[in-house]
Design a protein around this ligand. Structure first.
Ligand SMILES: NC(=O)c1ccc[n+]([C@@H]2O[C@H](COP(=O)([O-])OP(=O)(O)OC[C@H]3O[C@@H](n4cnc5c(N)ncnc54)[C@H](O)[C@@H]3O)[C@@H](O)[C@H]2O)c1
Length: 278
């Protein structure tokens, strides 16, 4: 039987790489790993393959739409014209400061220079484009549909004043998952977020790593537990799954403030508006 196929962005290192190996070894997948870092990606895919053809490395920068789209096409064709799982996982840290001094003024205009928002290109816009592309390829499957997983962060749930741009992008990903899930389910697509606390990967500079209390690190196996939860329940969708030490915690969306009053509100059929009933 044909193997299911996954595409994982940022799959050459850290969480993406661990998920790639898990899908291959435990779920019998073929996995295309997309990464901007070619040397590491090629080495890792070669190691995983060990002579087989279960892992394909694709060099691409997710923030370039054409590059990401080409990688989808290549993964789809390599997998035998199927794509069953898309993990939007590539990410970077803050690319500018929301607290920088206001001396950085353009001499010509007398105005502050714009913020460098590459983090939004990689951590948010590229994910939106990736989800858009996944839908296109999932629709071409002989049995349409598939699973989308997005790596957000615990900073997609909690704010961190040290990383405001990262916090903003990762919160947006949680919003994306929660907003699209009910509609995508009707298309046979599930979409869930992973929200890791600190996991030791190449994202963390070595000097920070050495300072960190190791008891406060979340093991990579917790990310794998979340993937297992998603793989086990084919209808699980719209979930924000916090990875906290060795636990996976399903974080709930804030209810609408007025929902407690909902029973007092009904649609006014005749007027087309909303009227209050006591
Ligand atoms: N490690 C943590 O503590 C932690 C916590 C919360 C969220 N995350 C998120 O997890 C995801 C994976 O990070 P990680 O910790 O495994 O780090 P990592 O640095 O080990 O892996 C990230 C990979 O993404 C790749 N990448 C970066 N920019 C790219 C681009 N433009 N195009 C293609 N590939 C690109 C990098 O080359 C790298 O291989 C990220 O989205 C990160 O924000 C990590």
């Amino acid at each position: 039987m044909a193997k299911p196929v996954a595409l994982i962005t940022g799959g050459g290192s850290g969480i993406g790489l661990a998920v790639a190996e898990h899908l291959i070894n435990f779920y019998g997948y073929k996995v295309a790993i997309l990464d901007v870092h070619a040397e590491r990606g090629k080495t890792e895919s070669g190691r995983i393959n060990a002579g087989a053809d279960n892992c394909l490395f694709l060099q691409a920068d997710v923030s370039d739409y054409d590059q990401q789209a080409k990688a989808f096409q290549q993964a789809f064709e390599w997998g035998g014209n199927r794509l069953n799982f898309f993990h939007a996982n590539a990410g970077i840290g803050d690319s500018d400061s929301m607290y920088k001094d206001m001396q950085d003024i353009d001499a010509t205009t007398g105005l502050p220079r714009p913020l460098e928002l590459r983090i939004m290109d990689v951590n948010l816009n590229a994910v939106l484009q990736g989800v858009h592309l996944a839908r296109h390829f999932f629709a071409k499957n002989s049995s349409p549909g598939g699973r989308i997983v997005i790596t957000s962060s615990c900073l997609g749930i909690y704010p961190n004043h040290c990383l405001p741009l990262y916090t903003a992008a990762k919160h947006a990903l949680v919003g994306l998952v929660r907003a699209t899930a009910p509609v995508y389910l009707g298309m046979g697509i599930t979409i869930n977020a992973l929200n890791p606390n600190l996991i030791e990967t190449n994202l963390m500079p070595a000097e920070v790593r050495s300072l960190w209390d190791r008891h406060g690190l979340t093991p990579m196996n917790t990310a794998i537990k979340a993937i297992d939860a998603i793989m086990t329940d084919k209808n699980m969708t719209g979930q924000t799954i916090e990875l906290a030490l060795d636990e996976i915690v399903f974080s709930k969306a804030q209810p609408y403030t007025y929902s407690a009053k909902a029973s007092r509100i009904k649609r006014g059929e005749a007027s087309g508006g909303i009227e209050l009933i006591e």
